[in-house]
Write a protein that binds this ligand. Structure first.
Ligand code: COA
Ligand code: MG
Length: 300
């Protein structure tokens, strides 16, 4: 499974930025046809995105494209042109403002039609962006609406507007977690996205941090989402990528601790014991699953 720690959003009508994105350290590059593109550039963005996907090298990258919302006059043309023009090189389509399972069915059918016409045998994935109260209320049906869905994305800015929460900024319990989970407005929404995604075996991706010159703020925001179970976070500026990649990779200390826990538990099993103590803390089967997950994440 390819990594999805950082997803760099790039306006579709800015080809110079596409080159920069292709050469960046982002795990995923998302060419955007939606909110970063002005109405006057919708058609040129579509064409430029197709050109860039075809022309540029995307070494080790996942390439995705965000179409316009399915209730706009653009979405169906976006899908047809993207897939007809570069469908063999596009890994997934990000669908914004998904309100119900029907939105996904529409994209799924249209994708199947164009894939079949173009002779594309590799199935293009769908990433469903949950960014409205309606979408959040229907999230379970949305996540199950198509076998193509690879992730749920939390779109915090539109979600805030949808629920009437003023936009101020974007932003476990137990030992050493005060700076991670001091309580915040988005806990329920974010946890719901994570829980739903994981219940169907897909990824949860967090919204971008808009203040792109504020690195400590970005790190805090990314740490919070990783610790809630998100698998990655959008970036809107190349300077954000390294911080996001670092936060979503297990640290050396986390890996060392995981290995120590696994070794201690293996020893305990040999000696016929269940729970054991490591560094004065209890380790049991649940701790083992966490340690194993850390090892898996480090190999992704
Ligand atoms: N992808 C690729 N390259 C980017 C980039 C991005 N998202 N954002 C900035 N860059 C490039 C710039 O083109 C510039 O390149 P240059 O040095 O070759 O000229 C360099 O990085 C530095 O950019 P900077 O001057 O610091 O920022 P800016 O003022 O040009 O742009 C934004 C700031 C926010 C307008 C820009 O980052 C952007 O458009 N981000 C994407 C927004 C988006 O996709 N929104 C929708 C998703 S929520
Ligand atoms: Mg949005």
């Amino acid at each position: 499974m390819k990594r999805t720690r950082s997803i760099l959003s790039v306006p579709g009508h800015q080809p110079k930025m596409h080159e920069k994105a292709a050469g960046s350290r982002a795990d995923v590059v998302m060419l955007d046809l939606e909110d970063s593109v002005p109405l006057s550039e919708k058609a040129s963005a579509r064409q430029r995105a197709v050109d860039s996907v075809r022309r540029l090298e995307w070494p080790d990258k996942t390439v995705s494209c965000r179409i316009n919302g399915v209730d706009t006059p653009f979405a169906h043309v976006d899908l047809v042109d993207l897939v007809a023009g570069a469908g063999d090189k596009i890994n997934s389509i990000v669908v914004p403002k998904v309100d119900n399972a029907g939105d996904i069915h529409f994209v799924d059918r249209l994708l199947s039609g164009v894939e079949s016409r173009m002779g594309i045998h590799r199935r293009i994935g769908i990433e469903a962006s949950i960014e409205s109260a309606r979408g959040m209320a229907a999230i379970a049906e949305i996540a199950r609406a198509s076998g193509r869905i690879t992730s749920l994305v939390f779109g915090i800015a539109d979600y805030s507007a949808s629920v009437g929460a003023p936009l101020i900024s974007i932003s476990g319990h137990g030992e050493q977690e005060d700076d991670i989970a001091a309580g915040h407005r988005w806990h329920f929404a974010m946890s719901r996205v994570v829980m739903t995604a994981k219940s169907v075996g897909i990824r949860a991706i967090d919204a971008p941090y808009g203040h792109f010159r504020d690195m400590p703020g970005l790190e805090k925001s990314a740490r919070m989402s990783r610790h809630m179970g998100f698998d990655g976070k959008w970036a809107i500026h190349p300077d954000q990528i390294d911080t996001i990649n670092a936060v979503f990779s297990p640290t050396k200390e986390e890996l060392e601790r995981a290995r120590k826990v696994l070794a201690a538990y293996e020893q305990a099993q040999k000696e016929g014991r269940g729970a054991v103590a490591v560094d004065g803390r209890m380790v049991d089967q649940a701790t083992i699953r966490l340690a194993e997950m850390t090892i898996v994440q480090s190999n992704k």
